[in-house]
Design a protein around this ligand. Structure first.
Ligand code: PHE
Length: 446
């Protein structure tokens, strides 16, 4: 069994896959707009602290459980549980994770479908197919439905191919491209008038906001969503890491990559918004805040690209390629959670599981597409604001209060022989036992 589960073939492969999961719409869309509406660098500062003090320990909990158990979340949590009553909780948490991540994928694929449609639009205009171009950027149920199906088909295709030939291969191709496109776009936007005002809005801290409880809630939600925590994604990726790897090191590299790309995305999005303002595009909403929701990506930025003439088409293609890549490397990690469970627990063939579960999730997405109000917001809120932080809490509790401390140390020692004397082991157990649960609960009850 262990041999055909699959394993990442190199550290680079794991890093690309895990950072691919982490870096998604949450980084390129969520982070910059959260920062803009929460006091710029004051948010950045709080986010950095929360990401490393709370989200990184929780990430490590998932990676360690995963690599120890070499199994999906349900089986893994069960294997840590000493008593039948706790095993029951384990199965429940694992299942809620599977349902949550499937629902996240069902709304994520809708937004990703928009990105794909916007990616194709400039090509249609280039070919003189203006009517098709107009159709691609008009918000219709039919377009949304078709592009959900296309996006999910890509996701299913990659997951069917397995850990090494699917996830690792594609993440290793896509993530470096994402980075290059991001940097090129930043450099280009910086040359445009208005960019510096955006940079100021992003980087000048408004520290009067830092004590604002809403800022804390937003920053923590952002950190958990961005690191893909609580739903078993990092756990299942952790289960494919070689026993020779140093877990604390690669965990911190994943967190650094995730945070680094979010910060970089801020250097693109906010300056781009102010360039748009300079070009006469409306970037503030009725309350005087920056446009943040779907409006930002599908109206403000396209309006900006339209003011840029021929180069606007190139920039639009690059930008929506960036968004599509970011979405795809995240969506595959979401689909892997239920697929791995069905393969390991019910003995399903991987390809069949990927197609069957992928089709089911696509069906849910279509139901949301055709009942957008109020279903979309409902699913987003339930999964990301309620379910995900609570599940993250349970993962911490399992590691810190239920699992045996020596067994944890033993697991970390594989690949990191002197773990016991390192900084990680001095701080992390305490964090995961007391600080993380209390902080998650405190923010949750805000
Ligand atoms: N981390 C992804 C993002 O930032 C979203 C995600 C959430 C991925 C949960 C997997 C699991 O967009």
């Amino acid at each position: 069994m262990a041999a055909d589960r699959g394993e990442f073939s190199s550290r680079f492969g794991f890093l690309m896959a895990a950072s691919g999961s982490a870096v998604g719409l949450g980084n390129i869309w969520g982070f910059p707009t959260n920062a803009a509406s929460n006091g710029g660098a004051a948010f950045l500062f709080t986010y950095l602290i929360l990401a490393f003090a709370l989200a990184y320990p929780a990430l490590m909990a998932e990676l360690i459980i995963g690599r120890y158990a070499r199994a999906n979340a349900v089986t893994a949590l069960k294997s840590l549980s000493p008593r039948p009553s706790i095993k029951l909780v384990a199965v429940l948490v694992g299942f809620v994770g599977i349902v949550t991540v499937s629902l996240i994928l069902s709304f994520y694929s809708i937004v990703s479908g928009w990105m794909l449609a916007y990616f194709f639009e400039p090509f249609m205009r280039l070919l003189g197919l203006n009517a098709v171009g107009d159709w691609l950027v008009a918000d219709t149920e039919l377009r949304n439905a078709l592009f959900v199906i296309v996006f999910m088909a890509l996701t299913i295709y990659i997951i069917s191919a397995g850990v090494k030939d699917g996830i690792e291969k594609w993440a290793s191709r896509l993530m470096p491209s994402l980075f290059v496109i991001l940097v090129l776009l930043i450099l280009y936007v910086f040359t445009l008038p208005g960019a510096m005002a955006g940079l100021k809005a992003y980087l000048l801290p408004d520290f009067s906001r830092i004590a604002n409880p809403q800022l804390l809630v937003d920053a923590m939600g952002q950190a958990f969503f961005s690191l893909s925590l609580g739903v078993g994604t990092m756990l299942i990726y952790g289960s494919y890491i070689s026993k020779k790897e140093n877990l604390p090191t690669i965990g911190s590299l994943v967190a650094l990559l995730d945070v680094g790309i979010a910060v970089l995305a801020g250097l693109l999005i906010l300056p781009a918004m102010y360039v748009a303002l300079e070009n006469g595009v409306q970037i503030f909403d009725a309350n005087g805040g920056l446009v943040a929701g779907p409006g930002l990506i599908i109206s403000v930025l396209p309006a900006l690209f339209n003011t840029m003439g021929i180069i606007g088409g190139v920039v639009a293609v690059a930008f929506f390629a960036l968004m599509t890549i970011a979405s795809l490397t995240s969506s595959i990690s979401m689909l892997e959670v239920p697929v791995a469970y069905s393969v390991e627990h019910h003995g399903l063939d991987r390809r069949r599981a990927a197609v069957g579960i992928g089709a089911l999730i696509t069906f849910i997405s279509l139901v949301i597409v055709y009942n957008f109000d109020p279903m979309f917001d409902l699913v987003v809120t339930y999964t990301t604001e309620y379910s995900q932080p609570l599940l993250g809490l349970f993962f911490c509790l399992f590691v810190a209060w239920i699992w045996n401390r020596n067994a944890i140390l033993e697991e970390i020692r594989q690949g990191c022989p002197d773990a016991e004397s390192g900084l990680f082991w001095k701080i992390w157990p305490f964090y995961i036992k007391y600080i993380c649960p209390v902080a998650i609960l405190a923010v949750y009850f805000q």
